[in-house]
Design a protein around this ligand. Structure first.
Ligand code: FMN
Length: 195
C-alpha cells in the first residue's frame, strides 16, 4: 500500500479492542505529532495517556463532570459513558497548552493541536491500530481539564480512543471531494457543498 493509499483508507472507529500500541511503536506514533505545522514553534500539544486501572479513575472524573454540568443528566447516559471510558484499551487526553499572551493567535495554537492529533490518527492507521477523536461537554469543562493537568488558560481538545479495530469497525462511505474544492479566479469562491 502506498502512503497515499494509507491516508485515503483511514477512518475513525470506536470498535476497539486490545492491544493498544506500546513501546517503540507508541513512541513513533506520538512522535508524528512533532511533525505538525506549528506557528511560532510553541508545541502546544500535550498527551495524557490513560490505560489499565487509571481508566476507572478517568471514567469517575468524566461522570462527575457530566453531573456537574447537568444535574438532571439521565442515569443511562452516565452509565454508558462510564462503561465506554473505563473499557477503551487506551485513551489519550488531548491537552492544549495555550499561551494567550503570545503573538501567535490562540486559534492558530489550537489548530496546531488539531494537526498533531490528525498525524497521530494517521500513524495509528499506518501501524495497524485505530482510533477516534471524541469530545463532548466534558471536554470543555474547565474543572475537568484542570483535573487532567490543564488548568486555564490551557484546555482540552478532546480524547483519542485508541486500540486495535475489531471486525465491527467499518469504513464509512465518503462524499467526493469535488464539492469542497473550487478554483478562485477573482470572485469569491463558491462550493458545491454549500449550494
Ligand atoms: C474536535 C473533534 C471532536 C469530535 N468529537 C466527536 C464526538 O464527541 N463524538 C463523535 O461521535 N465524533 C466526534 N468527532 C468526529 C469523529 O472523530 C470522526 O471524525 C467521525 O466519526 C467521522 O469519522 P471519520 O474520521 O472516519 O470521517 C470529533 C471530531 C473532532 C475533530
Amino acid at each position: 500500500m502506498t502512503s497515499l493509499d494509507l491516508l485515503l483508507s483511514r477512518f475513525s472507529t470506536d470498535a476497539l479492542a486490545e492491544p493498544a500500541p506500546a513501546g517503540d511503536v507508541l513512541e513513533a506514533i506520538l512522535s508524528t505529532a512533532m511533525r505538525a505545522p506549528d506557528h511560532g514553534k510553541l508545541r502546544p500539544w500535550r498527551y495524557a495517556i490513560v490505560q489499565g486501572e487509571a481508566r476507572v479513575k478517568l471514567a469517575e472524573r468524566v461522570v462527575a463532570s457530566m453531573k456537574r454540568l447537568d444535574p438532571d443528566v439521565a442515569p443511562a447516559k452516565v452509565e454508558k459513558r462510564f462503561s465506554r471510558m473505563s473499557t477503551m484499551p487506551m485513551t489519550i487526553v488531548l491537552g492544549m497548552h495555550l499561551r494567550p499572551e503570545n503573538k501567535i493567535p490562540l486559534l492558530e495554537q489550537e489548530l496546531a493541536v488539531g494537526a498533531a492529533a490528525m498525524n497521530i490518527l494517521n500513524a495509528l492507521h499506518a501501524t495497524g491500530f485505530g482510533g477516534v477523536w471524541v469530545s463532548g461537554d466534558v471536554a470543555h469543562d474547565p474543572e475537568f481539564a484542570a483535573e487532567m493537568g490543564f488548568p486555564a488558560p490551557h484546555k482540552l481538545a478532546g480524547f483519542l480512543f485508541v486500540g486495535t479495530p475489531t471486525a465491527q469497525a467499518k469504513a464509512p462511505t465518503r462524499r467526493p471531494v469535488d464539492d469542497y474544492v473550487a478554483r478562485w479566479t477573482g470572485a469569491p469562491a463558491v462550493f458545491g457543498a454549500d449550494a
